[in-house]
Design a protein around this ligand. Structure first.
Ligand SMILES: NC(=O)c1ccc[n+]([C@@H]2O[C@H](COP(=O)([O-])OP(=O)(O)OC[C@H]3O[C@@H](n4cnc5c(N)ncnc54)[C@H](O)[C@@H]3O)[C@@H](O)[C@H]2O)c1
Ligand SMILES: [Zn+2]
Length: 382
C-alpha cells in the first residue's frame, strides 16, 4: 500500500553586507565583531598581494591587535579564471580546512576577485557540508555583483560554473580600499554589472550612470564607489526579496546578457574578462529586444551608447566563430543550466524587463552582424 509523508519547512538566512574603507585599520571593528573568538582561515588572491603586498602584514597586524585567531599566515592563491579552471584551488582550500580543523563555527576569510571567491566559496560550502565564509571582494565586479550574491562554483567540461552550490556567505565586507590597486580594465569591469542591474531595475540609477559616464571612465573612485554600492544593493535586494534566491524556477532575472557572456568567455579561453563579455552580451540582448519589438530603438541606443562611453568594446570575434553556431550553442547550454524551459530576460524599457522563451537564430545573426559592422574596427584597436 502506498503512503506519503509530505512536509515542508523554511530555513531563514541573514545576508549581511558591510561597506567600509580600510577594514584592516586597527580600529575598524567589522571583522573583529564578525568572528569573535572563533578560528579564521585566511586566504588572499595573489593578484591583490602582487599589487598591494602590505595586505598580508596588514591582516596579520589587525589580527594581533584585535585578537583574531588566524590559523596560519594567509594562504596566497592564484586568482582570476585560472582559479576556477579545475579542482586545484578547491582541493587546496579543502586540505587547509581539514589541516586547520576549521569547523562549522569557524570561518574561512577570503579576499579576492569574483573568480577566487567562487572557487573558495565552493570549497567552503562542501567542507563539512558548509563552513562559514566571509567574503572580502577586491574588484569592482565582485563588490558590485559576484561577491554579494549566494552562488559559487568552478568551471568544468568547458562550461562556466558547471560545478557549484547556492550557499549564502556568512558575511560580505566590501572594502573600497582594494579598488585603488586595480588595473583600468578591472576597474571598469564592475561598471557593466551596474549598467545591467540599472537597466533591469532602476531608471534613476541608469540616468546617473549616463550623466557620470565621463568621470566613471576616467576612474573617479568616489563615483565608482557610489555606483558599486547601488549595484550591490540592487543585486542583494533582488536575491533576498525577489522570491527565488536559489533559482529553483527557470528564470535568471539578473542574467541579462549572460548567455552570450558565458559562451564568449569560454570560447575566448578567458581572453575576454567576465565584465568585457557581459558588455558584449548586453549589446546582443538589447538589440535582440529591439528586433523582437520589445524595446525601443532609442532606449537600445542609450544602452549601447553608455557601454561605449564607459569604454567597452561591443564586438569580439567569438560572436561570429563558426558563423554564429557556437554562440547559439550557448543558448542551448543556458537552457540546460537553468533546467526546463529556456527563459531569457530582455528589457522592455529602461528599468523594466520581461521573460522570453524563444530566440531565433535569424535574430541573433542579424544582431551580431550589426555589432560586427558597427564595432569590429573598435575591437581591433583593443
Ligand atoms: N557567483 C556569482 O554570483 C558571480 C556573479 C558574477 C560573476 N562571477 C564570476 O566572477 C568572475 C569574475 O570576477 P572579477 O571580475 O572580479 O575578476 P577576477 O576574479 O577574474 O579577477 C581579475 C584579476 O584581478 C586580480 N585582482 C583581484 N583583486 C585585485 C586588486 N584589488 N588589485 C589588483 N588586482 C586584483 C585577480 O588576481 C585577477 O588576476 C568570473 O569567474 C565570473 O563568472 C560570479
Ligand atoms: Zn555577471
Amino acid at each position: 500500500m502506498n503512503s506519503r509523508l509530505d512536509l515542508s519547512f523554511v530555513v531563514s538566512y541573514r545576508h549581511q553586507i558591510f561597506f567600509t574603507e580600510n577594514a584592516f585599520a586597527a580600529k575598524n571593528n567589522i571583522l573583529k565583531e564578525l568572528v569573535g573568538v572563533a578560528k579564521v582561515l585566511p586566504i588572499i588572491d595573489a593578484g591583490v598581494v602582487a599589487s598591494s603586498p602590505d595586505v598580508v602584514t596588514d591582516l596579520i597586524e589587525y589580527a594581533k591587535v584585535n585578537q583574531l585567531k588566524l590559523t596560519r599566515a594567509p594562504m596566497i592563491l592564484t586568482g582570476g579564471e585560472e582559479s576556477k579552471k579545475d579542482q586545484a584551488v578547491v582541493n587546496a582550500v579543502l586540505s587547509a580546512i581539514e589541516e586547520d580543523a576549521i569547523c562549522r563555527h569557524s570561518y574561512v576569510l577570503v579576499i579576492g576577485g569574483g573568480a577566487l571567491l567562487d572557487a573558495v566559496g565552493f570549497a567552503s560550502s562542501i567542507a563539512h557540508r558548509g563552513v562559514r565564509l566571509i567574503r572580502m571582494p577586491s574588484t569592482t565586479l565582485s563588490q558590485a555583483d559576484a561577491g554579494v550574491g549566494v552562488k559559487n562554483g568552478i568551471n568544468a567540461f568547458q562550461k562556466k560554473n558547471f560545478t557549484g552550490t547556492f550557499t549564502p556567505p556568512y558575511a560580505v565586507v566590501n572594502d573600497f580600499a582594494f579598488l585603488k590597486s586595480l588595473s583600468p580594465k578591472n576597474l571598469r569591469d564592475g561598471l557593466v554589472e551596474a549598467v545591467k542591474v540599472a537597466l533591469l531595475k532602476d531608471p534613476e540609477f541608469f540616468k546617473s550612470l549616463e550623466s557620470d559616464s565621463r568621470e566613471l571612465t576616467a576612474g573617479n573612485l568616489t563615483l565608482i564607489n557610489q555606483c558599486i554600492r547601488r549595484s550591490a544593493e540592487l543585486h542583494a535586494r533582488h536575491i533576498t526579496q525577489g522570491g527565488d534566491p536559489f533559482e529553483l524556477g527557470s528564470a535568471r532575472p539578473l542574467d541579462l546578457g549572460h548567455w552570450v557572456a558565458h559562451k564568449c568567455e569560454s570560447l575566448s579561453k578567458y581572453r575576454l574578462t567576465h565584465g568585457e563579455a557581459v558588455a558584449i552580451g548586453l549589446a546582443v540582448d538589447v538589440l535582440c529586444a529591439r528586433e523582437l519589438g520589445l524595446f525601443s530603438k532609442s532606449d537600445s541606443e542609450r544602452v549601447i551608447d553608455l557601454l561605449v562611453r564607459l569604454g567597452f568594446k561591443l564586438y569580439a570575434a567569438e560572436l561570429d566563430i563558426n558563423n554564429g553556431d557556437l554562440l547559439m550553442q550557448g543558448l542551448e547550454e543556458f537552457r540546460e543550466h537553468l533546467g526546463g524551459q529556456l527563459t531569457l530576460i530582455l528589457p522592455t524599457a529602461i528599468g523594466q524587463s520581461t521573460q522570453v522563451h524563444e530566440l531565433s537564430r535569424g535574430v541573433v545573426k542579424k544582431v551580431t552582424a550589426e555589432l560586427q559592422q558597427r564595432f569590429s574596427s573598435c575591437a581591433a584597436l583593443s
